[in-house]
Ligand binder design. Structure first.
Ligand code: HEC
Length: 162
């Protein structure tokens, strides 16, 4: 099955907001991350997040992000989750690796970055892209495909600290 086919019904529900072309929310660099679509693509492909705190293993997803996943947390969001904050500080970043069923072949990445203080979907940029080219990505502040499920979490974060 095509990896995107699971998201398609949600996309249709969410109306016209689908994958974007290369765009930029114009928020520049946040916590050393260039928050343009290209900047986030370069970042996830670089694997620089791999030194962050991570879930111990690749595991089955609870969401339509592909069959197996592993989530990484940058230091800012680790501290904030430990403190039990209601909202996370600007520069909080979470990366989700998405794998094929074999749990070994990396298909793509999802990333959330907190770009302004306070509550609400507008305080996050959401990104999701798939290899090998990452040329048909979801990208945007308060992206319509993403914020719905994530509003179930605390300030849009749904994965507990490992
Ligand atoms: C149908 C519900 C749903 C939708 C739609 C959804 N997510 Fe998620 N997301 C989840 C769940 C549940 C998790 C927890 C990990 C898991 O089980 O895969 C998660 C985890 C994540 C994580 C790891 C951090 C966290 O909050 O747990 C990121 C990053 C992420 N999603 C990004 C996105 C992006 C970007 C989009 C839009 C393209 C999106 N998600 C759309 C349900 C959803």
């Amino acid at each position: 099955m095509h990896p995107r086919s699971l998201l398609l019904p949600l996309l249709l529900l969410a109306s016209a907001c689908g994958p974007s072309s290369s765009v930029d929310e114009g928020l520049g660099v946040v916590q050393e991350l260039d928050t343009s679509e290209q900047g986030i693509t370069d970042f996830v492909r670089s694997g620089h997040y791999k030194s962050w705190l991570a879930e111990p293993t690749v595991h089955e997803t609870r969401a339509p992000h592909g069959s197996k996943v592993r989530v990484f947390f940058n230091d800012l969001v680790v501290g904030s989750l430990r403190d039990g904050n209601a909202t996370h500080p600007v520069g909080s970043i979470l990366v989700k690796e998405m794998y094929e069923k074999d749990g070994k072949t990396l298909r793509g990445h999802a990333l959330d970055v907190k770009i302004s203080d306070g509550a609400g979907k507008d305080t996050w940029i959401f990104y999701e892209g798939f290899g090998p080219n990452y040329d048909n990505n979801y990208y945007g502040r308060a992206h319509d495909t993403c914020h719905g499920c994530h509003s179930d979490g605390k300030d849009y974060v749904t994965t507990p600290l490992p």
